[in-house]
Design a protein around this ligand. Structure first.
Ligand code: FES
Ligand code: FES
Length: 185
């Protein structure tokens, strides 16, 4: 049994310790905001924070996650207050949106280390692939998020989602109570 913390909740996975963390999060915990793109560490769609560092979860096993603190896109903010998410909404950064969870994770890791990144800093830190080619407005929006974090700009609250947080939680039980599926026990 592998024990660690996901989005501030202790979890135990009764799964093969060699299972990639990506599949435990998606299949056992129903945290489907973490995306599968390539499965070989190239695209970054599967990025999560592990002990604060942006990591490709397709390359990390459950066993390697033992005792660590994992944050998925669902745990980045529960009130839409994360500056990167606010800036991305305000700037219409997502196109199809498939890469966005991983990029938000990577951008948060970058801004925690450097709250005034240059284009070069962003290019070096955000190595995620985006098939829609959003890179120019992505860089501008990450710099905007940095200004918000530095207190130099405010962004009006994003419009409410089409589904209420309560209904979303009800339809995604893992948000309320992360636990392995019975079939995995
Ligand atoms: S799915 Fe993990 S890097 Fe592409
Ligand atoms: S917005 Fe479509 S893959 Fe990035």
């Amino acid at each position: 049994m592998t024990k660690f913390t996901v989005n501030d909740r202790p979890v135990e996975y009764k799964m093969d310790p060699q299972t990639p963390l990506l599949w435990a999060l998606r299949d056992a915990s129903n945290l489907t905001g973490t995306k599968y793109g390539c499965g070989v560490g190239d695209c970054g769609a599967c990025m999560v924070l592990i002990d604060g560092e942006a990591i490709r979860s397709c390359l990390v096993t459950l066993g390697e996650s033992e005792g660590r603190f994992v944050t998925t896109i669902e745990g980045i903010s529960n009130d839409r207050s994360n500056p990167v998410q606010q800036a991305f909404v305000a700037d219409n950064v997502p196109q199809c949106g498939y890469c966005i969870s991983g990029i938000i994770i990577a951008a948060n890791a970058l801004l925690k280390q450097n709250n005034n990144p240059s284009d070069e800093d962003i290019n070096a830190a955000i190595t995620n692939l985006c098939r829609c080619g959003i890179y120019p407005r992505l860089r501008d929006s990450i710099k905007r998020a940095a200004r918000v974090m530095r207190g130099e700009e405010k962004i009006a609250a994003a419009p409410p989602p089409g589904i209420s947080p309560q209904d979303a939680a009800a339809s995604v039980p893992a948000i309320r109570n992360i636990s392995p599926r019975k079939a995995d026990q």
